[in-house]
Design a protein around this ligand. Structure first.
Ligand SMILES: Cc1cc2nc3c(=O)[nH]c(=O)nc-3n(C[C@H](O)[C@H](O)[C@H](O)COP(=O)(O)OP(=O)(O)OC[C@H]3O[C@@H](n4cnc5c(N)ncnc54)[C@H](O)[C@@H]3O)c2cc1C
Ligand SMILES: *[C@@H]1O[C@H](CO)[C@@H](O)[C@H](O)[C@H]1NC(C)=O
Ligand SMILES: *[C@@H]1O[C@H](CO)[C@@H](O)[C@H](O)[C@H]1NC(C)=O
Ligand SMILES: *[C@@H]1O[C@H](CO)[C@@H](O)[C@H](O)[C@H]1NC(C)=O
Length: 173
């Protein structure tokens, strides 16, 4: 009798402790996710898809075009993005780190993203993050470090509303 009561009480205690842990863990998770400082691990699982890019000239050309795309994209990003828009930007970078068509670059970029997860809370956060991550690559390749306080002047988002309305009929293709 007595041992079985003790076991019952212990079982109950265990159950309660596990339940509390589970509830705390879950609520903690929902507070910090989906866009905390920590990366969303979903798209890291598959690893790099592209093969190595041997030709240094092509590698540099691809890099310049891609950086232009990334900096222009963050300059176009909303000042106040929705949760869904934030997720889109985050996933874009995660997928880029798998599909970037220079495999050896992609592998390094994956490590960078793990250490410095994409910042998606606003246009400024995203632009500054992209500039900083580009500087990390510059650093590794022995290039000059760019002054990120000039990022807004350097990359024109092309988001001038008065001209847009005038252009809309010709650019609809
Ligand atoms: C994700 C990614 C990973 C890469 N990994 C590698 C790699 O592992 N090995 C490799 O050999 N190459 C890599 N590259 C290519 C490399 O970063 C360069 O693009 C390439 O070497 C050409 O360099 P560049 O001197 O012409 O200037 P780029 O670095 O291509 O920069 C283009 C222009 O952007 C401006 N700029 C420079 N720094 C910044 C900054 N921090 N923020 C905003 N603007 C800036 C400057 O005006 C510069 O001329 C990678 C490119 C990308 C996009
Ligand atoms: C590398 O690519 C460039 C540009 O496409 C080309 O002109 C050059 O011949 C290539 N070099 C080699 C060694 O294949
Ligand atoms: C809109 O474009 C015009 C012409 O290019 C430019 O003079 C003006 O400064 C731009 N406005 C903004 C808010 O960028
Ligand atoms: C756009 O502006 C130009 C002059 O700046 C004008 O000639 C043209 O008709 C305008 N286009 C539209 C669609 O309003």
């Amino acid at each position: 009798m007595r041992p079985s009561i003790t076991i019952s009480i212990l079982s109950c205690l265990c159950f309660i402790i596990i339940s509390i842990y589970f509830i705390l863990y879950r609520s903690d998770n929902s507070i910090t996710s989906p866009l905390s400082e920590k990366p969303d691990l979903v798209n890291f699982e598959g690893g790099v898809i592209s093969a190595k890019m041997g030709n240094a000239t092509q590698k540099a050309e691809l890099g310049r075009s891609t950086w232009k795309l990334l900096h222009t994209m963050t300059a176009q990003y909303p000042e106040h993005p929705t949760t869904e828009e934030r997720k889109a930007l985050q996933q874009f970078f995660m997928l880029l780190s798998r599909l970037y068509p220079c495999g050896e670059c992609a592998a390094h970029f994956q490590l960078l993203l793990k250490r410095y997860p994409p910042q998606t809370s606003s246009k400024i956060a995203a632009s500054q993050w992209a500039c900083a991550i580009h500087n990390k690559v510059n650093e590794r390749l022995g290039k000059d470090i760019f002054d990120c306080s000039n990022i807004q002047e350097k990359y024109d988002c092309g988001c001038n509303t008065t001209e847009d309305e005038n252009d809309s009929s010709s650019s609809s293709e």
